[in-house]
Design a protein around this ligand. Structure first.
Ligand SMILES: Nc1ncnc2c1ncn2[C@@H]1O[C@H](COP(=O)(O)OP(=O)(O)OP(=O)(O)O)[C@@H](O)[C@H]1O
Ligand SMILES: [Mg+2]
Length: 313
């Protein structure tokens, strides 16, 4: 992307491919990177996940609408989606038939803006808070949960985890919790496989559900490539992501018309001297070696490979 400004220095670089590992948008402060996603889409930059899907993940109810479509296709037995009500604004937040509920305000992460509401008086109080936020809200039944389930898919690799709260917070992502890997089942595989088809396909995604004390599962969220890696196989997961990026880049190269045979991408460092071609004066201009494409993989969730992100503020 090329950016110019007279007031501040902005590093300019042209990536060949991007891996996006952070939220593109959140309503908390300094969490809006949608202008960068738009810029990358504008430039036709290939990425993991697709920029189109990342943009579509900037509104949780928009993603939930996709899950509703899956629920309608597969049915509640195969895809036990939690019942959720959408309120475009606070004015629609009249009373609900059953309590307790969880009200989720706007598009936020890490448990932010999620409130457990016990009765319609508290619900009215929360509606008055939503009135100040100028955003939407959703409400869903509060599930008295035994544990959370997370089914993740990285390319063709599947893993399932359960997370049990230790500190007693109903949000298992808040306070201390115990994480355990559990067996992948056909049921979990169906959940994550169908969800991975949304928005034209998600290379990396995870489905989250709560397992209630009633013994039932309630799917409540899909995460995209911004999902944090968890558990004891994070090194393997990181490797899987790397392989996914390389195979995507190789796919792109094989689709690009080239004048000379291309070597497939590897994780190795570019060899010095690969750019030199003794016959270059006789042959038409050639593309740089494919290894050169691996210049900028932005892993914003962990270690940044390539230039440091510069924020315009
Ligand atoms: N309807 C519900 N009933 C019971 N517990 C819930 C419900 N919805 C969410 N939770 C709990 O609260 C946690 C946080 O909820 P949620 O994932 O919606 O918030 P978030 O802001 O997206 O957090 P994260 O960024 O960690 O995904 C869940 O992991 C789950 O333990
Ligand atoms: Mg969540």
């Amino acid at each position: 992307m090329k950016t110019s400004s007279s007031t501040f220095h902005f590093m300019s670089f042209r990536p060949d491919f991007v891996l996006i590992r952070q939220h593109a948008f959140g309503m908390a402060e300094n969490e809006d990177f949608r202008h960068l996603i738009i810029g990358m889409q504008y430039a036709g930059l290939p990425s993991i996940n697709s920029l189109e899907s990342i943009y579509n993940f900037c509104d949780k109810p928009w993603v939930f609408a996709q899950m509703v479509a899956i629920y309608k296709t597969l049915g509640g037995d195969k895809f036990p989606l939690i019942e959720q009500t959408y309120y475009p604004n606070h004015k629609e937040m009249l009373t609900l038939p059953t309590f307790p509920v969880v009200v989720k305000i706007g598009h936020a992460h890490s448990g932010m803006g999620k409130v457990k509401v016990e009765n319609h008086y508290d619900f009215q109080d929360i509606a008055s808070v939503v009135a100040l936020t100028q955003t939407y809200a959703t409400a869903e039944p509060f599930i008295d949960a035994k544990y959370d389930i997370r089914v993740q898919k990285i390319g063709g690799n599947y893993k399932a985890y359960m997370r049990t709260s230790i500190s007693g917070n109903w949000k298992t992502n808040t306070g201390s919790a115990m994480l355990e890997q559990i067996a992948m089942s056909d049921r979990y595989k169906l959940w994550v496989d169908t969800c991975s088809e949304m928005f034209g396909g998600l290379d990396i995604c995870a489905v989250k559900a709560v397992h209630g004390k009633d013994g039932k599962d309630y799917i409540f969220e899909v995460m995209d490539c911004s999902m944090p890696l968890i558990g004891e196989h994070q090194v393997e997961d990181r490797q899987l992501i790397t392989e996914l990026v390389i195979s995507k880049m190789n796919q792109l190269l094989s689709r690009t018309p080239v004048l000379s045979p291309q070597r497939p991408l590897t994780t190795q460092q570019p060899q010095s001297g690969t750019l030199k071609d003794p016959d270059s004066s006789k042959t038409p201009p050639q593309r740089p070696p494919p290894q050169g494409c691996l210049q900028y993989i932005l892993d914003c969730n962990g270690i940044a490979v390539g230039p440091k992100q510069v924020q315009a503020s």
